[in-house]
Design a protein around this ligand. Structure first.
Ligand code: ADP
Ligand code: ZN
Length: 209
């Protein structure tokens, strides 16, 4: 976005599964804006209590101070008029209002950089991220490494049994998986297809436990 003229705002979205480096990439872009002496405000939903309360921390340990918000509109309440760059992590937890909030920020002339999961633990689009992608000027889709086979991983595999959409956790509850090794719902697959399905899938993926 280096050909933007005047003080026009825009929306950059960073998506991908867990462990794909979304937080790292968000932190990298925000750090560079800070080095350029731009005024930066950084937000994340209070629901993500992993690591530090007032800090975005990547799985690799990079961190940057942030403000906790419980809903997207709180970003507008906390916004300072002179802010030039707004960073938002884990946007999928902020509800559908986050799309309006990002649009309003960009219309105010802010550079908005948003990171979030584009699919949930079942592999379905994680609202409202698809709608955010539709209104964004720039999209970066990152991939992780499949922990089973080493291929590029587009999915977040839940390792604990739960039907809840949101179960906050890190490496103990989730794994990065490629489309071949991903098991959208292992319990249901076992029930519906009998005991053969999972071993056959594992064999096709080149082994495993
Ligand atoms: P995200 O925000 O997308 O969850 P992070 O930026 O927090 O990702 O973490 C990315 C880092 O996670 C990588 O640089 C790497 O150090 C680590 N990591 C752990 N497991 C994996 C994996 N399966 N694939 C890629 N990176 C991984
Ligand atoms: Zn795989």
């Amino acid at each position: 976005m280096d050909i933007v003229k005047g003080n026009m705002g825009w929306i950059e979205v960073i998506v991908g599964p867990m462990f794909s480096g979304k937080s790292e990439e968000l932190i990298r872009r925000l750090r560079r804006a800070q080095i350029a002496r731009q005024r930066v405000q950084i937000f994340k939903p209070a629901i993500d209590a992993r690591y530090e309360a007032n800090e975005i921390v990547s799985h690799s340990g990079l961190g940057i101070p942030s403000d906790n918000v419980t809903k997207a509109l709180e970003i507008m309440e906390k916004l300072q008029a002179r802010t030039e760059v707004v960073g938002i992590d884990e946007a999928q937890f902020l509800g559908e209002e986050v799309v309006d909030v990002c649009t309003r920020l960009a219309n105010l002339g802010k550079r908005v950089i948003v990171a979030g999961l584009d699919t949930d633990y079942r592999g379905r689009p994680f609202e409202p991220m698809p709608r955010l992608l539709a209104v964004a000027e720039e999209i970066t889709k990152l991939l992780a490494i499949c922990v089973r086979c080493g291929n590029p991983a587009v999915h977040t595999q839940r390792m604990v049994e739960s039907e809840e959409l949101i179960v906050v956790g890190a490496s103990d509850s989730y794994e990065a998986r490629c489309r071949r090794c991903f098991e959208p719902n292992p319990a249901q697959a076992r029930r519906e297809a009998g005991p053969l399905l999972l071993p056959r899938n594992r064999a096709a993926a080149g082994g495993g436990k």
